[in-house]
Structures are given as structure tokens and as C-alpha cells.
Design a protein around this ligand. Structure first.
Ligand code: SF4
Ligand code: SF4
Length: 80
């Protein structure tokens, strides 16, 4: 289960589990194929991607919207 706290900006996404159900990791991560173009950072509504080699998603703030994934010109972003 996920919950969203919309009262802070950028919003905080937390994760918790119910009972003994084990959560599968999900979301997106940036691979070594990243060429540092910065497009993902520009399209991220949460502004939660940091510059680097490769760029890095700040998972605590990521909404899993997929915008970065869809816009990366070299398909460097993969789904978890
Ligand atoms: S859009 Fe793709 S290539 Fe460009 S900075 Fe982001 S991950 Fe790297
Ligand atoms: S999935 Fe959406 S919120 Fe998460 S890093 Fe990509 S663009 Fe940002």
C-alpha cells in the first residue's frame, strides 16, 4: 500500500505493508545508459531527479508517474 501526503511540497510518498505481505519494489531507476541530457529532470513533476552520471531518482519523492521513463531519449530509465 502507498499513501500520499499532499500537504507538503514536494509531496512525500511512504510505503507500508499490511500483515505479512511482502512488498515488491516498484518504480523507476536510471541506468548507466544515461547520457546526462537532463530531460527527465525537466519533465519530472516532483523535481525529484538529481544530476549526476547517471542521473538519480530520489525515490522518497517519486510518484511513479512514468514521465521520466517516457521521455528519456536513450531509454536509460527502467521500471523496477
Ligand atoms: S532523460 Fe535519460 S539520458 Fe537524459 S538525463 Fe534523464 S535518464 Fe539521462
Ligand atoms: S516517475 Fe515521475 S515523479 Fe518519479 S522520477 Fe520519474 S518523472 Fe519524477
Amino acid at each position: 500500500m502507498e499513501y500520499f501526503n499532499l500537504g507538503v511540497n514536494p509531496i512525500f510518498r511512504g510505503t507500508y505493508s499490511l500483515g505479512s505481505v511482502t512488498l515488491k519494489k516498484k518504480g523507476y531507476h536510471i541506468t548507466e545508459k544515461c547520457i546526462g541530457c537532463g530531460k527527465c529532470k525537466r519533465v519530472c513533476p516532483q523535481r525529484c531527479i538529481d544530476e549526476g552520471k547517471p542521473y538519480v531518482i530520489n525515490q522518497n519523492h517519486c510518484l511513479h508517474c512514468g514521465s521520466c521513463y517516457e521521455n528519456c531519449p536513450v531509454k536509460a530509465i527502467e521500471r523496477d
